[in-house]
Write a protein that binds this ligand. Structure first.
Ligand code: PLP
Length: 388
């Protein structure tokens, strides 16, 4: 087999053909500005509102709770800075050590500005130490904002979001809970209606929509400082002419992903099982991410993080690249650097272990032949690199 095999779905996904079809009219004839009052503008506006309804329906929330943004990073920035600017420095800001840089770097900036920030530790599977959070509540300090990701982009581990929400709201109704769900939207059934999450970030390119589009769920009635000032679009929360075609495409992509979701997840889970079984046969293989033989384990299927003793992940990555196989070392934001992943370090790996780890991520479309091609090439590459 001489082909391209894309196994980096956590970095980004190909745009689904049905999504492109849905978008085309808004790139061709339906190019009106949604703020214009004439027919062409009103049609674009209607397309946005229909997309909002469809997304809200799939997220079990109200359409007016969806704010369109340019993606996960912007949604995270809007949520965290939007709350910090309103609540100020009197009170704690809490996150975890394994967040994506789109969250971590915002917290670092807050810290530099004099906000009091706590970074929660995680255990060896990547689960946040809830006890640490409970300890903070015992200290009776005011907590302004907690931001914990739904699923980690390097390990797939899912945090106990419901439990964290309950703890926070039982402690203080005023504590705001933000959740970066970029790796979960389109892969998990989320019911935002009535849950304790106040703000939730999503990104279209992680589930078959183009890059540069996403949304932030904001619970009805919650106040948030806007970060983009201008024409007052998105209910004055995110000014800028809307990316109509991508918004329409993102709604379609989510609709496709949510259709028959359980079946697709089961298929992805089986594929992950096959890959692990094959990889186990390579000497010196260790899995950094969990796997379950039960459906309900707290893990996103299709994210597999593995390391091979005495192998440089960068060399392996390049070697596989020559064979047309695309995987990553850590997350996409680490793939071209020699810095060990902060996530793998946080779960207790040494620098050397972290630098010998790769992430393989895929969906249910991977065929048996592709699985075989992937594992055979990994085995051959690892053996070759070890001999070198
Ligand atoms: N949050 C998580 C957990 C992610 O995995 C990513 C992207 O990899 C982002 C945020 C950033 O999203 P975007 O690429 O849409 O800015």
């Amino acid at each position: 087999m001489d082909k391209e095999l894309y196994c980096d779905y956590s970095a980004t996904t190909p745009v689904l053909p049905e999504v492109l079809v849905e978008m085309m009219p808004y790139l061709m004839n339906g190019y009106g500005n949604p703020s214009s009052v004439y027919t062409k503008g009103r049609e674009a506006k209607e397309a946005i509102e229909n997309a909002r309804k469809s997304i809200a329906n799939n997220m079990s929330c109200k359409p007016e709770e969806i704010i369109f943004t340019s993606g996960g990073t912007e949604s995270d920035n809007l949520a965290i800075k939007g709350i910090a600017q309103l609540k100020g420095k009197n009170g704690l800001y809490i996150t975890s050590k394994i967040e994506h840089p789109a969250v971590l770097n915002v917290f670092k900036e807050l810290e530099e500005q004099g906000y009091e920030v706590i970074y929660l530790d995680v255990d060896s599977t990547g689960l946040v130490f809830i006890e640490q959070l409970i300890d903070v509540t015992r200290s009776q300090k005011k907590i302004n904002l907690v931001s914990i990701m739904y699923a980690n982009n390097e390990l797939g581990i899912i945090q106990p979001i419901e439990e964290i929400g309950h703890i926070l709201k039982a402690y203080d109704e005023e504590t705001i809970f933000h959740c970066d769900a970029v790796q979960a939207v389109g892969k998990k059934m989320l019911h935002l209606n009535g849950c304790d999450v106040d703000l939730l970030s999503a990104s279209g390119h992680k589930f078959g929509a183009p890059k540069g589009i996403g949304f932030l769920y904001k619970k009805k009635g919650l106040e948030l400082n806007c970060q983009n000032i201008g024409g007052g679009q998105e209910n004055n929360l995110r000014s800028g002419t809307e990316n109509v075609a991508s918004i329409v495409g993102m709604a379609k992509a989510l609709e496709i992903h949510m259709d028959n979701l359980i079946n697709k997840q089961n298929q992805t889970h089986s594929i992950e099982g096959f890959i692990r079984t094959y990889l186990k046969n390579i000497n010196g293989t260790h899995f950094n991410s969990l796997f379950s033989d039960k459906q309900n384990i707290a893990k996103i299927h299709g994210i597999l993080n593995v390391r091979f003793d005495n192998i440089s992940a960068q060399s392996l990555l390049l070697y596989l690249d020559n064979k047309g196989i695309y995987v990553s070392a850590g997350s996409a934001c680490h793939s071209d650097s020699d810095t060990p992943s902060h996530v793998l370090k946080a779960i207790g790996l040494t620098d050397e272990e972290a630098l010998s780890s790769i992430r393989i991520s895929f969906d249910n479309s991977m065929t048996a032949n592709e699985v075989y091609y992937l594992v055979e090439n990994i085995k051959e590459s690892v053996e070759y690199l070890r001999k070198m």
